[in-house]
Design a protein around this ligand. Structure first.
Ligand code: PLP
Length: 394
């Protein structure tokens, strides 16, 4: 007998994967240059040269066991210290390596945190639409219940909606800014107000409500929009970080969980993170890449290509009459389907070999997500198809 729940998850349809598989199939027929696939969030900008240099240098100068061997469960002390020092320099904090737990990317960080803060079956975690679809199974896997706040028109934060959704079972709220799928950066003003609500409600229910920030896109910001370091605004914040997008290393599975000492129940929370990592098998994050990120801690991503694509796409679509949430970060654009039915509209685009993801899974069925981490040429080639599809809806 097998776990029915896991079979269901493993066989569940993933619209994004299906579209990407269709794209690969279609590429064999019409040629890869003619398939304009905007479905996946796989960074198109290569990892910075410092990453390759670090890998070569580590491999050339060290014994294999010094980079292939196990580290401590929570990661190498030098790596954790480098991360703490970097955060302290950027955000005026006082972290040490003992606030950092190295993990295998944001997915691992998120699951570890959910496993730690969901104390009883049915405990609630608030998610604000539009949202990354994996949140639901990641919360439910640990006995939690996802409480979804519908998206406000500007894709910022529905503060009243959040406040109304908090119950005495609320254990946490997920904050993902810059956001996947909208690219929107939450304003500092909204984040301050959100913190005030959480503070007030935590006192009312007599339990901490943890803010869990999911930060794979923190460094991908294209305007002067500020992405506050949330522990500075709300003490009960747990940060889930990853280098998948900032250093273009999604296949290397490297990230961390940051638990500030000021966080409620820190003395138990950090060990709980360790316990969750242990049973989920995320201890000792990839050693070679712990050393790589340590050496590259100050390296900033090259944003030029993403900015170019964003501007080209945003200006082009707005000129055609599309309603688009203007992205300030990440590499996604969330566009309203002119016929208000994104599934049907994506089919129209697909006829032109332009592949986008309908927004149902992100909590907004009339929107589609365009992942613009692709070659600029593909954006240029896709614009006429967007025009044709728009005209077909008139
Ligand atoms: N969270 C969000 C919002 C994402 O978009 C992704 C990946 O696309 C992840 C988490 C998972 O990131 P990682 O590859 O670091 O596990």
């Amino acid at each position: 007998m097998l776990s029915k729940e896991m079979i269901k998850l493993g066989t569940a349809r993933s619209v994004i994967r299906e579209i990407a598989a269709y794209g690969a199939q279609r590429a064999q027929i019409v040629g890869p240059e003619n398939v304009l696939d905007f479905s996946l969030g796989n960074p198109s900008v290569p990892a910075p040269k410092e990453v390759q240099e670090a890998i070569k240098d580590i491999v050339d100068s060290k014994e294999p066991k010094e980079y292939h061997g196990y580290t401590a469960s929570n990661g190498a002390p030098g790596t954790r210290k480098a991360i703490a020092d970097n955060l302290n320099k950027r955000y005026g904090t006082n972290y040490t390596g003992d606030n950092v737990f190295m993990t295998c990317g944001a997915a691992a960080s998120f699951n570890i945190v959910m496993k730690s803060i969901i104390a009883n079956p049915g405990d609630e975690v608030i998610v604000m639409a539009p949202y990354f679809p994996e949140y639901k199974p990641w919360i439910e896997a640990h006995g939690g219940k996802m409480v979804l706040i519908p998206a406000p028109e500007d894709f910022q934060i529905d503060l009243a909606g959040v406040e109304a959704a908090i119950t005495n079972k609320t254990r946490g709220i997920i904050v993902n800014t810059p956001n996947n799928p909208s690219g929107v950066v939450y304003t500092k003003e909204n984040l301050v107000k959100l913190s005030e609500i959480l503070d007030k409600k935590s006192k009312e229910i007599g339990e901490p409500i943890y803010m869990v920030t999911d930060e794979p896109y923190r460094e991908l910001v294209y305007t002067d929009a500020e992405v506050p370091h949330m522990p500075n605004l709300y003490k009960d914040t747990i940060v889930c970080y990853s280098w998948s997008k900032s250093l273009s290393l999604p296949g290397e599975r490297i990230g961390y969980v940051l638990v500030p000492t000021e966080c409620a129940d820190f003395e138990e929370l950090y060990p709980a993170i360790g316990g969750a990592a242990r049973i989920l098998g995320y201890v000792c994050a990839p050693h070679l890449f712990q050393q790589v990120v340590e050496r590259c801690i100050d390296v900033e991503p090259d944003l030029d290509a993403y900015i170019k694509n964003r501007d080209l796409l945003y200006n082009g679509l707005v000129e055609m009459g599309y309603n688009v949430a203007k992205p300030e970060g990440a590499f996604y654009m969330f566009v309203q389907a002119p016929n208000k039915d994104a599934t049907e509209f994506c089919k129209l685009l697909q006829k032109e070999d332009v592949l986008c993801v309908p927004g149902d899974g992100f909590g907004c069925s009339d929107y589609l997500r365009i992942s613009y981490c692709v070659d600029t040429e593909k954006v240029e080639k896709a614009l006429p198809a967007f025009k044709k599809a728009m005209e077909a809806c008139k």
